[in-house]
Write a protein that binds this ligand. Structure first.
Ligand code: HAM
Length: 429
């Protein structure tokens, strides 16, 4: 049985030959996302992976609707696996926003599913860090989100040499559009042409633009001028005050494909332009109102950062630390008569929050040593009966090779003290 195309198996390190996706790397990235989100005062939320189909068909836009994994469930309901988190979040906010003080600052790490053509950086499933703010119209919130996005990438070791945030505005494009076309129902169609322009054959974009009464030349002039709107200048000044100016540039090529954006939009890209977008987001001030049938009117803004491109970028910049499994101690059992006493010690150590392993069945001494090495154990412990018949523990530090002989009751304290000493030394050195 093969796994489905575009889906991933995640293995623990060291990875089996031919496999690319590691749970250790995934944990490393998720931990970093969570750490930085909390630094910015964001709280974690979550929602269901299955939603009613309608939640996505009405508000997300044609591209994502074409990529939906949808089906009828056994109760004849039309449902879909979530292709993005924003509609779920908007649904949750419209149901419960009154229970929370504003501005609401929330994050999540959902797994998302899109039936899209598999290519570099795009799979049929990915994890996405989402950070969103509700109830704030001031551009200070847009700047805060962009700063969070920058710091999330910096926390993983990336610098302004590696990535850039391309900042744009649907309002600027809206003005451009309405000064030349008075049929506002066509605006999203126009935005989609702009969104695809960088990846599309120029003659095709030109034909599409002409079909709507625009010329490629005037569109290109507008992009090249890159004059920041007042709201974009406010964001640039805010980021400048944080010393983050070098990470951002105005770029009207960005307009975003999703239908619901209403204001500032942005995308993060690698500087060399080797990869697809690392992250994207913007303001969506009408989405909650639309989904709540007009009952709740609250401004929203946010971004999503996928794990696929990010992992590829970190790998290519050699920014993934050596990540493997590790345990605090391996308990060798050489004498089966000491198995019960060893199990009792193992239980005490695990209750002290130490990572412990041991052989399930009688095993030769050399195999036990090998297993301790494979598991990357910091210590090897063996129980012995002393001459007076008392059971004692021999604890060997695998790095220094120093062995301590201890009463069983002191093993946990010894391991904990030793561990915190080592982690202090590591953080100083
Ligand atoms: P999006 O631009 O569709 O935005 O996705 C955001 C990021 O998710 C992309 O930049 C990319 O890193 C990753 N991504 C998207 N599709 C795939 C895929 N098929 N395979 C791998 N990675 C992918 C949204 O989803 C918005 N809901 C983000 C948002 C949150 N806007 C406001 N709040």
């Amino acid at each position: 049985m093969e796994r489905l195309p575009g889906f991933r198996d995640f293995y623990p390190e060291p990875l089996p030959p031919g496999e690319a996706w590691s749970t250790n790397v995934r944990t490393h990235i998720f931990d970093s996302w969570r750490k930085v989100a909390r630094r910015y005062g964001f709280q974690e939320y979550d929602g269901p992976p299955l939603e009613s189909l309608e939640l996505f068909t009405t508000k997300s836009g044609a591209e994502i609707v074409g990529q939906l994994y949808n089906f009828l469930d056994k109760g004849e309901r039309s449902i879909a696996l979530r292709p993005e988190m924003t509609p779920t979040l908007a649904r949750m906010i419209s149901a419960c926003e009154r229970a929370y003080k504003k501005p609401i600052k929330w994050f999540a790490i959902p797994q998302l599913f899109r039936y899209e053509r598999q290519q570099k950086g795009r799979l049929r499933e990915h994890f996405q860090f989402n950070a969103d703010i509700f109830g704030e119209n001031d551009m200070a919130a847009d700047a805060e989100l962009i700063a969070l996005l920058i710091d999330t990438l910096r926390a993983l070791g990336l610098t302004s040499d590696d990535f850039v945030i391309r900042l744009s505005s649907r309002n600027a494009w809206q003005e451009f559009f309405s000064s030349r076309c008075h049929d506002s129902s066509k605006a999203y169609e126009f935005y989609q042409i702009i969104d695809k322009m960088e990846r599309e054959d120029p003659s095709k974009s030109d034909a599409l633009l002409q079909g709507m009464g625009f010329s490629m030349v005037e569109v290109q002039q507008f992009i090249d001028a890159a004059v920041p709107t007042v709201e974009l200048q406010t964001i640039l000044d805010n980021l400048n005050a944080r010393g983050m100016a070098e990470f951002v540039r105005i770029d009207y090529n960005v307009i975003r494909g999703l239908a619901y954006y209403t204001g500032v939009v942005f995308e993060a890209f690698d500087r060399k332009g080797e990869f697809r977008a690392i992250a994207g987001g913007g303001r969506y001030n009408n989405l909650v109102k639309l989904l709540s049938g007009g009952k709740v009117d609250i401004a929203g803004l946010g971004f999503g950062m996928g794990d696929v491109v990010l992992t590829e970028l970190l790998k290519s910049r050699k920014l993934l630390p050596r990540l493997g499994s590790h345990i605090d101690a391996f308990c060798r059992i050489e004498e089966e008569s000491l198995r019960s006493a060893t199990l009792s010690l193992i239980q005490t150590l695990r209750e002290s929050d130490l990572g412990i392993d041991y052989p399930f069945t009688p095993t030769k001494a050399d195999k036990q040593f090998k297993r301790a090495q494979e598991l990357n154990a910091s210590n090897v412990i063996r129980l012995e009966r002393s001459e007076s018949g008392e059971i004692i523990a021999k604890v060997k530090d695998c790095k220094t090779r120093v062995e301590q002989v201890l009463p069983i009751a002191e093993v946990a304290t010894y391991l904990i003290t030793n561990k915190s000493l080592k982690s202090d030394q590591a953080s100083k050195g």
